[in-house]
Design a protein. Structure first.
Length: 337
């Protein structure tokens, strides 16, 4: 079986936000280290789930990949091109291949635009830049096709966002993301604002669209059940770094990093017998502030398995089993050569 092509390659991605604006006098500039050296690849046609606590840098990672934030450092290579080095016009052209579905279906749609205008807006923008050649009739036909494909009637194209429910608004956002026929879609907490029953419908829609259009997803969520259902592989994020990266089934069956073990132990299991006997791992302390650099393991302050070396150096993400990478000194001594 042929190896799948790597569509997105993220290398040492950093996103540091200066505290208090620009430095005006001589002295040390302080930063929020929201993303502090993230590495992963996404192969064509797969779904990489990115999971972690609120504030760990998941959404910032997605926005830095999309170049909505200018990364402090690192590379974002999409289809062989490093987006961080492209000029404005070349970057706009590459954005045709990468679109985004945002978390809040209430805030991500312009309330003054009809649903049809919202979905057609990317096409009109690219038409303006000479990157798309569609007649008005062709645009209208594509809008109607997309609306029906995501489960909305084409006769709703003249309705405004306030006339739709939350789930319907998210379907509009998905249709908008599909308008330019991208290869990669970044889903930033795309179902977290929806009711549980609607979440299931939207997740199934994402899966159906992936099969139909050959889409590739970076799917961000804090709900472990959602990530398990939708993802081919899972990256666990903590305090701006990737702590563990593995195939979805392998990660849930055999989590290696202490943080992943604690995270999974907190997720409820719909089996009262298992739930009654399993051991919950309670983490002590709060997540450290991201406003200082770490000299040791990022999880050191809360880890119950920490060693002396953990305080002295930052463990790198390394493959310790086939397809299973972990940033932890507990496993590096037995890593594959």
């Amino acid at each position: 079986m042929a190896e799948k092509e790597v569509l997105l390659d993220v290398k040492d991605l950093k996103m540091h936000f200066p505290i208090g604006g620009k430095k005006l006098i001589k002295g040390q500039q302080n930063y929020i280290y929201a993303v502090d050296g993230v590495d992963f690849q996404i192969k064509k046609g797969e779904t990489l789930g990115l999971v972690g606590e609120s504030g760990c840098g998941k959404s910032t990672t997605a926005r830095a990949i999309a170049q909505l934030y200018k990364p402090t450092g690192g590379e974002v290579i999409l289809r062989g091109k490093d987006l961080t080095k492209l000029k404005a016009k070349a970057l706009i052209a590459e954005r045709k291949n990468m679109q985004m579905v945002f978390q809040d279906p209430y805030a991500s749609l312009n309330p003054r635009m009809t649903s049809g205008d919202v979905i057609s807006e990317p096409m009109r923008i690219f038409q303006k830049h000479g990157l798309l050649d569609l007649s008005r009739k062709e645009m209208d036909e594509r809008v109607e096709q997309l609306m029906e494909r995501v489960g909305l009637s084409r006769f709703f194209r003249n309705r405004y966002p306030h006339e739709f429910s939350g789930g319907q608004r998210q379907r509009i956002g998905i249709a908008r993301a599909l308008a330019l026929r991208p290869e990669l879609i970044l889903c930033d907490e795309a179902v977290s604002a929806l009711d549980v029953s609607i979440q299931a419908q939207i997740l199934n829609l994402f899966k159906d669209l992936q099969d139909e259009f050959g889409l590739t997803y970076l799917f961000i969520a804090h709900d472990l059940a959602v990530i398990q259902y939708i993802s081919t592989r899972v990256a666990v994020m903590y305090l701006g770094i990737i702590a563990e990266l593995s195939g979805s089934a392998d990660l849930y069956k055999k989590p290696l990093h202490p943080y992943t073990q604690a995270l999974l132990s907190a997720a409820p299991i719909p089996d009262p017998k298992i739930e009654k006997v399993r051991k919950r791992i309670i983490l002590t302390g709060d997540v450290p502030s991201p406003d200082r650099r770490r000299t040791g393991c990022y999880f050191y302050d809360r880890c119950w398995k920490k060693m002396d070396k953990c305080k002295e150096a930052v463990p790198k993400l390394r493959e310790v089993e086939p397809g299973h990478e972990v940033a932890c000194f507990l496993y590096h001594d037995v890593a594959r050569t």
